[in-house]
Design a protein around this ligand. Structure first.
Ligand code: NAI
Ligand code: MG
Length: 329
């Protein structure tokens, strides 16, 4: 039995996690779900966004299924990733047939370093009107994430790894990251390697995404380019992620609590469902994960989607389409 901590969070986090669980419940996986609370609403009530008991629950679990939180994201999800030492944040961006987007054949995986960089939260107000933030980049974490990216490329039979950095300006931190990636690349002669400056890479991503296969980058750049990549394939409603550590793993949609649509029942559940299938694959339930993904592809192709993808369905109606098709197949 695997222990899964379920943290729905705020806003659409709750709505999409309900949907993901409904899809998982179409099977009988050996999972024990245990609910934990975190986010803006808990902070209002208890004065703390990530209660100690939630953190403990996540540490004891085999995986965390996370929705999204709001303004407390730094205190909740960023902290969870660091506390659970989920050093690799895997964010695939793959085109879906039937989804209106710039291109119809994008297939990129972003491997984002998840434990350091500017997101360490080392920010200070040094004087009135003067603030500073400290960026931590270590050889150890850079080596770990670079190896992870190449191993992922090998496992998924991908051909190329591209490191993104800004070593011309950040001459210590980014240069260390770039140099480590270049060194690790030599251990994998069968996989092509190159590196780009992050700004140029953003243009290439929009104009020529086929240059990319696996991207490896530092924490903040990874955050930004993963939303960009999500935009290439139909938006945040379709972008899942897995945060992988040696002991723990957190699976969550890339999106946030989306206050602009929260409570309307129209959030796209796909990103959460695809995060759940990443969790299934993590535990070795490959056939079931593939079955869910194929079914989701079919439902999207038939236009039975939420409004962000051009459809007319509510979140629960789209989920029902998926569970209905799962029963039929
Ligand atoms: P967001 O990801 O919540 O929303 C960005 C845009 O994408 C919005 O227009 C939203 O309606 C749309 N969108 C996102 N998910 C969608 C879905 N499943 N279906 C349909 N449309 C979807 O990012 P935003 O607006 O920058 O932040 C909102 C709040 O979320 C903030 O308080 C932020 O701190 C928090 N946040 C939390 C994250 C987390 O918990 N992991 C990640 C990103 C933001
Ligand atoms: Mg983000």
């Amino acid at each position: 039995m695997k222990r899964i901590a379920v943290i729905p969070g705020d806003g659409i986090g709750e709505e999409v996690i309900d949907g993901a669980l409904e899809v998982l419940n179409a099977f009988s996986f050996p999972f024990k779900y245990e609910w934990g609370e975190a986010g803006d609403a808990v902070k209002e009530r208890k004065g703390v966004a990530l209660p100690e008991e939630t953190l403990e629950l996540c540490k004891e679990s085999d995986a965390v299924l996370f929705g999204a939180v709001g303004e407390t994201a730094a205190d909740v999800i960023i902290k969870l990733r660091m506390e659970l030492q989920t050093f690799a944040n895997i964010r695939p961006a793959k085109s879906f047939k039937g989804v209106k987007s710039l291109y119809d054949d994008v297939d990129i995986v972003i491997v984002r370093e998840n434990t350091e960089c500017l997101y360490k939260g080392l920010e200070f107000e040094v004087a009135d009107g003067i603030t500073e933030g400290i960026r931590i980049i270590t050889r150890n974490a850079s080596e770990k994430i670079a190896h992870y990216a190449f191993e992922l490329a090998k496992k998924e039979r991908r051909k190329k790894v591209t490191a993104l950095h800004k070593a011309n300006v950040m001459r210590k931190t980014c240069a260390l990251f770039r140099d480590v990636c270049r060194t690790v690349a030599k251990e994998y002669p069968e996989i092509e390697f190159n590196d780009y400056y992050i700004d140029a890479a953003c243009m290439y991503l929009v104009m020529d995404p086929w240059r990319f296969d696996v991207i490896v980058t530092t924490n903040m750049f990874g955050d930004i380019v993963s939303d960009l990549a999500a935009g290439l394939v139909g938006g945040l409603g379709l972008a899942p992620s897995g945060n992988i550590g040696e002991k723990s793993a957190i699976f969550e949609p890339v999106h946030g609590s989306a206050p602009d649509i929260a409570g309307k029942g129209i959030a796209n559940p796909s990103a959460a469902i695809l995060s759940a299938t990443m969790m299934l694959k993590h535990f070795g339930f490959i056939d079931e994960a593939n079955k869910i993904e194929k079914t989701l592809e079919k439902v999207i192709l038939e236009g039975k989607t939420t409004p962000d993808l051009g459809g007319k369905l509510k979140t629960d109606e789209m989920v029902r389409e998926i569970t209905k098709n799962l029963e039929l197949s």
